[in-house]
Each structure stands twice: as structure tokens, then as C-alpha cells.
Design a protein around this ligand. Structure first.
Ligand SMILES: Nc1ncnc2c1ncn2[C@@H]1O[C@H](COP(=O)(O)OP(=O)(O)OP(=O)(O)O)[C@@H](O)[C@H]1O
Ligand SMILES: [Mg+2]
Length: 260
């Protein structure tokens, strides 16, 4: 089936030894979903070949410039996924190499953007049948450190935070509003190294992937969802899920647990 919507995923990494350039752009074209078929949408809106994509000539998409519709605009990207690609493919091709850099100590970000209903939540969170790239990344990180621990004396600590930006307001998704009716005010600040940090944001230490999935589910419950014309379960906000990974060789260094 041919798709009607696209979502973009970008990743950035400070790793100079990464297999990728510092910014990688992937586009995912999903299939036409049932709700769209019910509204009579069957036509393809996009066509693609290799890593190039363009609006199909029959499309009413705004990317087709009506003044010069004869000269189609072609977008070149680093990776292109079609309707037959699942979240596993997206993870193994785009996210797994980035996580390999993370466990070596590099900072990295993966984010999804696109119009409502294009498939951002599906790609990031997924479902039981096809877990999203966030779950797969978490499992990959734990797998890595478990293997490391078997081979050499290593200890690792992971903590997570989950932040929502809704109508320019910051919300701590790891604080249950029923238990914290007046949560501490969150503020974007710079630390001594010039990194952006969110003052007062909860960071929870975790022991296993299930701990993280429980926190993710809890955070999702507190997020703003709504209905749009094109998505019955639309995330109405931006959300930043952050994993902080620290590891050290136990022979040479001991992690200071006091910061937790
Ligand atoms: N690759 C895909 N394969 C099958 N179904 C998909 C795919 N991507 C998205 N969908 C379905 O399309 C619908 C909209 O997807 P999703 O909720 O992920 O969009 P979104 O980009 O997060 O939208 P919003 O910005 O409104 O939150 C959902 O029903 C989802 O299950
Ligand atoms: Mg969404």
C-alpha cells in the first residue's frame, strides 16, 4: 500500500568517530491508514526511489509549487523507509549506530517531526507488535552493559527524565500531578560547561528496561493528548525523554552515588 504521510527523523551526535555525519535525516513514509481509507483517501501522495522522495503529481501537497508544478521538487535524504519497513528496520538502520556511540560516552539526540498523524508516536513508542525505537534503544543499552559486565569489571548507572513542552510551558512527566499538585517550577538554564539543563526536573535512577518502560507509560499518561482532524490520538505537545548513562571500570574508579 502506498503512503499518504511522511514523518522525518533526525539524529545528531557529537561523535566524530561515528559511522554517520553529525546530522542524519531519515524520512519514513507510512501506509494509508484505515481512517483515511474510510474518508476515501487511496491515492499516493508521495513517490520515492532510493533515498529521494517527491510529491506525486496527483498530490495536492503544498510541497508541489503550483507555479512550477512541471518541475518536481525532489528531496534527498540519508535514509528512506517505506510502508513495508517496520520499527525494527528504523531502529537497526538509524538508531542502533547512534546508541553504539552513546555507550562509548558520546551525546546523541534522536527526534521525530512531521505533521499530525504522520507516524511520530508510532515510530518512537510503537506498540506491542512492533515496539518503537525508544524501547529498542533502551533494550540495546542494557544489553550492551550486561555483556560488558560479563567481560570486565564495569559498573553502570542509568537515570531518566521525561519533559513535556506544551503551549510553551514545561511539565515534569515523571511527577504524578495527584501527588504533586504544586510541582517545583522548571527552568531552562546553562550549566558551567554551557550545556542546557532543566532545573528541578526529576531524574529517576533505573535498574532494568522494565523500570524505564514503566516510567515511559506513566509519563505518557500525564501528557496532553487530543483529537485532530487526522488523528484520533494526537500528541498535542512536544516531549523530551532523556537517558543519562554513566559507566566506569570498577578497578580504576568508583562512581559517586551521592548525586542520586
Ligand atoms: N508505519 C506505520 N504503519 C502503520 N500504521 C502507522 C504507521 N505510522 C503511523 N501509523 C498509524 O497512524 C496513526 C497516526 O500515527 P501517530 O499517532 O504515530 O502520528 P503522530 O505523528 O504521532 O501524530 P500527532 O502529531 O497528531 O501526535 C496511528 O493510528 C498509527 O497507529
Ligand atoms: Mg503523536
Amino acid at each position: 500500500m502506498i503512503s499518504s504521510s511522511t514523518s522525518g527523523m533526525s539524529s545528531s551526535s557529537s561523535s566524530s568517530s561515528s559511522a554517520f555525519e553529525s546530522v542524519l535525516v531519515a524520512v519514513r513514509v507510512r501506509r494509508v491508514i484505515q481512517e483515511e481509507e474510510d474518508k476515501g483517501k487511496r491515492e499516493a501522495q508521495w513517490e520515492w526511489k532510493g533515498n529521494q522522495i517527491w510529491a506525486s503529481p496527483s498530490s495536492s501537497s503544498s510541497v508541489v509549487d503550483s507555479a512550477s508544478s512541471s518541475s518536481r521538487r525532489v528531496f534527498s535524504v540519508d535514509r528512506l523507509f517505506g510502508p513495508s519497513d517496520d520499527n525494527r528496520s528504523v531502529h537497526s538502520s538509524v538508531v542502533a549506530p547512534i546508541i553504539s556511540g552513546v555507550v562509548q560516552g558520546y551525546n546523541a539526540t534522536v527526534f521525530a517531526y512531521g505533521q499530525s498523524s504522520s507516524g511520530k508516536t508510532h515510530t518512537m513508542l510503537g506498540d506491542e507488535a512492533d515496539p518503537g525505537v525508544m524501547r529498542r534503544a533502551v533494550e540495546q543499552i542494557f544489553r550492551h552493559f550486561e555483556e560488558e559486565c560479563e567481560q570486565r569489571a564495569v559498573q553502570f548507572l542509568i537515570r531518566v527524565s521525561y519533559l513535556e513542552i506544551y503551549q510553551e510551558r514545561l511539565k515534569d512527566l515523571l511527577l504524578d500531578p495527584a501527588e504533586h499538585p504544586s510541582p517545583p517550577r522548571l527552568a531552562i538554564q546553562e550549566d558551567r560547561d554551557g550545556n542546557s539543563v532543566i532545573a528541578n526536573l526529576t531524574e529517576v535512577p533505573v535498574q532494568c528496561p522494565e523500570d524505564i518502560f514503566t516510567l515511559l507509560e506513566m509519563g505518557e499518561r500525564f501528557r496532553h493528548y487530543g483529537v485532530t482532524n487526522v488523528n484520533r490520538h494526537s500528541s498535542r505537545s512536544h516531549a523530551i525523554f532523556r537517558l543519562i548513562v554513566e559507566s566506569s571500570a570498577t578497578e580504576t574508579a568508583t562512581l559517586d552515588a551521592s548525586e542520586y
